[in-house]
Design a protein around this ligand. Structure first.
Ligand code: PHE
Length: 337
């Protein structure tokens, strides 16, 4: 009997040593420590032993074997539980160490880059950055710019009207600004001359997108009001800007044109170092009616204004064939700039 006990104990201990999960330890507990275990079976056979001494000896051996098995099970249980925690921690671990490879960095979009560089260059020339709302009144967008209701030139700006009646206005008097020129009016009403501002921003026109048009695009406005400002100041400023922004080899010129809010008016073109010309935008001397709408006395002050498309300038500068590419979110395009 003693050898049966020893064999059963050793087999149990060997098996328990293999248990590698809480479930396996639980199964072995039932198998070796429970009432239906092998040693429990041997215990029941104690009665069949002849001598008291043999019973005592076998009983003590069974108790010692059970104690060894309980201790082994307990050790296994602790070890397996620690393992389980270690495995879980490993699985849920978050790597907070710094990435030491070469991470791929994003960059500002071409339009944003152009916008920011324009601001830098004009600020360098002494301008301040001004802003106005994208949802604008008909008055600021047209009327104050010398285009009363019914003025034929309004047709040049395909306007998106907003279905909103401001407290002081009438139906159909709220628009999405069609150009940045209303910022001229807002600035003049807000501050006293002398004024030197640029106003970059988003503008809207009821256009179907094609290679050269987008219904939403960006313009930058310039306005200078001071005493004795002349067309020569406009030409000089445009040329200084052209050289500062595009480079020393670039030139500019003014060409007679017409805008209701400037008189005289001029388109301005810039010339690449290879001699070819690019039409950039509109400009002129601020019309006396516009100065008056802005609360500025035309007898005392004069000024010039200019405006051009930021996106248009960027696509011409980089030779992009289709303006829609600018807003496609296509990384193959975006990553080139
Ligand atoms: N606002 C004009 C446009 O959208 C451009 C312009 C600005 C012309 C200022 C003259 C003076 O076409």
């Amino acid at each position: 009997m003693i050898s049966d006990i020893t064999t059963a104990r050793d087999a149990a201990l060997a098996d328990i040593a293999q248990a590698d999960s809480p479930d396996a330890v639980a199964a072995m507990t039932t198998r070796y420590a429970g009432k239906k275990g092998e040693l429990a079976g041997l215990k029941k056979q104690l009665g069949s032993l002849e001598s008291i001494d043999a019973k005592k000896e076998a009983g003590a051996a069974i108790n010692a074997a059970m104690a060894a098995i309980d201790a082994a099970l307990e050790r296994r249980r602790t070890a397996v539980a620690a393992d389980a925690i270690r495995i879980q921690v490993e699985a849920e671990r978050i790597d907070l160490t710094e990435y030491l490879g070469k991470p791929k960095r994003g960059h500002a979009h071409l339009v944003t880059q152009a916008w920011e560089r324009l601001e830098d260059v004009f600020v360098g020339l002494g301008f301040r950055v001004a802003e106005g709302p994208e949802v604008e009144t008909d008055w600021h967008n047209f009327e104050a710019l010398n285009m009363p209701i019914g003025h034929p030139a309004r047709g040049e700006w395909d306007t998106l009207f907003v279905d909103h009646v401001p407290p002081e206005g009438e139906a159909g008097t709220t628009v999405l600004r069609t150009h940045t020129s209303p910022v001229q009016i807002r600035t003049m009403l807000d501050e006293e001359p002398p004024i030197r501002i640029i106003a970059p921003g988003r503008v809207f026109r009821r256009d179907t997108p094609d290679a050269t048009h987008m219904p939403v695009f960006h313009q930058i406005e310039g306005l200078v009001i001071d005493r004795d400002i002349s067309m020569a100041d406009l030409a000089g400023t445009i040329d200084a800007f052209t050289k500062a922004f595009f480079g020393k080899g670039w030139n500019s010129r003014l060409r007679p044109s017409y805008f209701p809010f400037t008189e005289p008016s001029a388109e301005f073109d810039i010339q690449r170092p290879d001699g070819s010309w690019i039409e950039l935008g509109g400009s002129g001397m601020v019309h006396p009616n516009v100065l008056r709408a802005g609360g500025v006395d035309p007898e005392e002050w004069s000024g010039f204004a200019f405006g051009f498309g930021i996106d248009r300038m960027a696509i011409m500068r980089h030779g992009v064939a289709d303006i829609r590419e600018m807003f496609s979110d296509d990384l193959r395009f975006v990553e080139q700039f």
